[in-house]
Design a protein around this ligand. Structure first.
Ligand code: 7TS
Length: 400
């Protein structure tokens, strides 16, 4: 029986058309795009097409910059550390505002900057699990806040943040706004012509492109000290020879992500809802966050009395790949910070399982996964020392 992959928020399959488009740029058209001979110029043309696709995908303007990075961690580091050098190290500002539920690459970079003397405020999430505009208004101080960094969609819950309103609050206060849009691209429309973000990061492997390449959008005219100094690639903003085959792949993947938004919002969402209904039909389960506030592909479920890690192993044995929250945090045994921020109890924080679908997930896989999950929950509860049988009402969380 084929395995079922429900961990698309960790990474996605490379679309075969993307792989095919990348192929010529390894052994045939392998020139350096900055070289002036034919090897270089033919590659340069492919690079231009890929860049155009990236600009179109997020609706960036001609004068905006999109720079190519090695991953979203790099893009997020670049923004936070760049703003440190530009506005914080020697003033005039002193503070970064972010949330309690960012990916570790934002959270840990902020912790690093705190060691350097920056004040970082981690805004709490509301009962829906998001940071709303009122919370931002309460925390923002134009005279001291240099940057606000809030993710577009959360990787663990799928909850979508009101980035339009948040960006507008920042604009009105003359404060820079960054969003980590890694989990939004290809799932919900991402349009920087409409949403006045200053910086935005994305990563190809989350939308059926290759691993090890991403992008950073920088609004026109904005200064940002580079993270990697060297040659004049990317207009001097990010040194290093561009990974041309991967860029070609990311460009096509971005175009296809845009083309598949309607499919995500209808077919993928229906499959997700079907799986969610099947999980909620089991006793003592809950799902974090209201459906309509989430990306169409994500479920963060809790099975009372079952240790998350144990269930991942058991599901894996049954052919279903899921994750306990974020794979990036899976080696840490501490309570998941996103759960803590959402006011989810310690018991539930240890029972969370994330199922994340993609446009490659089939209805047949969802039916099969639902059965594997049901059997696994029954089996593990039968041997659980903490599960004492079905309780009357559903458990509650901050997000549900
Ligand atoms: N930002 C968000 C919101 C993410 O979900 C991830 C990866 C990253 C940044 C880092 O991306 P990369 O391109 O540097 O790899 N998130 C996850 C996850 O949820 N499970 O595994 C990886």
């Amino acid at each position: 029986m084929d395995r079922i992959y429900l961990d698309n928020n960790a990474t996605t399959i490379v679309d075969p058309r993307v792989r095919e488009a990348m192929d010529p740029y390894f052994c045939r058209q392998y020139g350096n795009p900055n070289s002036l001979h034919g090897f270089g110029t033919e590659v340069h043309a492919a690079m231009r097409l890929a860049m155009d696709r990236l600009y179109a995908g997020i609706h960036a303007g001609d004068e905006d910059d999109v720079i190519i990075t090695s991953c979203a961690c790099e893009g997020n580091n670049h923004v936070l550390k760049g703003v440190y050098f530009d506005l914080l190290r020697n003033g005039p500002k002193s503070e970064i505002l972010t949330t309690q539920v960012e990916h570790p690459c934002v959270r840990n970079t902020c912790a690093f900057l705190e060691d350097l003397g920056v004040k970082v405020t981690y805004m709490p999430v509301n009962a829906d699990g998001i940071v709303d505009a009122d919370t931002l208004r309460r925390h923002i101080h134009p005279e001291r806040t240099a940057l606000v960094s809030v993710m577009w969609a959360n990787n663990e819950t799928g909850l979508i943040f009101p980035v339009q309103e948040l960006a507008e609050v920042c604009r009105a206060n003359n404060v820079l706004f960054h969003t980590d849009a890694v989990q939004a691209i290809g799932k919900v429309p991402v349009d920087v012509a409409r949403v006045p973000v200053d910086f935005l990061t994305f990563s190809a492997h989350k939308f059926h492109g290759p691993k090890g390449i991403g992008g950073l959008f920088i609004r026109k005219g904005l200064k940002l000290t580079p993270l990697i100094h060297g040659g004049e690639q990317m207009g001097g903003r990010r040194a290093g020879t561009v990974n041309v085959p991967y860029l070609v792949g990311m460009g096509l993947a971005m175009e296809m992500a845009g083309d598949s938004l309607a499919f995500e919002a209808s077919v993928v969402r229906r499959l997700r809802d079907r799986l969610e209904d099947a999980i909620l039909a089991l006793p003592d389960t809950l799902v974090v966050g209201r459906r309509e506030l989430r990306t169409p592909n994500t479920i963060l479920a809790s099975f009372r009395g079952i240790e998350g890690e144990a269930m991942i192993w058991d599901l894996n044995a049954g052919g279903v790949a899921a994750s306990t929250g974020s794979a990036c945090a899976s080696e840490s045994l501490e309570s998941n910070p996103t759960f803590v921020a959402m006011g989810i109890s310690d018991e539930l924080a240890h029972t969370g399982i994330r199922f994340s679908l993609s446009r490659f997930t089939s209805a047949e896989e969802i039916e099969r996964a639902a059965q594997v999950i049901r059997r696994s929950a029954e089996r593990l509860r039968a041997i659980s020392s903490t599960y004492d049988g079905a309780q009357a009402g559903p458990a509650t969380t901050g997000g549900n």
